[in-house]
Design a protein around this ligand. Structure first.
Ligand SMILES: [Zn+2]
Length: 164
């Protein structure tokens, strides 16, 4: 599946983090609003996500989703439905801090970089090559899946979560 590419207005930080959790290529930052946001979106072929009426007018021909709700869950649902992607397909494949795709790393490589309990109880780790953040499947992952199910999305694979 081709990943979506988004340029998220600075007022929508929580939505941006969620899109990264879903593995969607998402630029976001305190500097990204108004003309800067539109310029980046145009140059990089991204869909603009905004609640700013001025941006709506200024973006004109660019792909844009005007976010309606204040609630990040409704915002997320609006984006998933408008852009028609499977929220589970690329889950946890991108760094939530810096938007870089993460890659699997051998367990031995993260021994010094995660809490001892995590190292003892987890087998699979991924790491961001840009900022160095280490990821593993924890309770956080289960909560994200739960939230998606609560929004009405069903995981395509019938595997029972929490198996490992
Ligand atoms: Zn990173």
């Amino acid at each position: 599946m081709i990943a979506q590419r988004f340029a998220v207005d600075k007022m929508l930080g929580r939505l941006a983090t969620w899109l990264r959790l879903l593995g969607q290529d998402t630029i976001y930052g305190s500097h990204l609003g108004g003309g800067t946001l539109i310029r980046r979106a145009r140059n990089e072929g991204r869909t603009i996500l905004t609640r700013d009426h001025r941006a709506l007018r200024a973006a004109r021909e660019l792909p844009l989703v005007f976010i309606v709700s204040n609630d990040f869950r409704e915002q997320l649902r609006q984006v998933i439905d408008a852009c028609r992607f499977d929220p589970f397909a690329q889950l946890f494949s991108r760094c939530t801090r810096c938007n870089t795709p993460v890659s699997a790393v051998p367990k031995a490589d993260v021994a010094e970089r995660v809490p001892p309990y995590v190292f003892e109880t987890q087998q699979r780790f991924a790491c961001c090559s840009r900022c160095g953040r280490v990821y593993w499947a924890g309770t956080h992952d289960a909560r994200v899946r739960e939230q998606l199910r609560a929004l009405g999305y069903t995981e395509p694979s019938a595997t029972v979560p929490g198996g490992d």
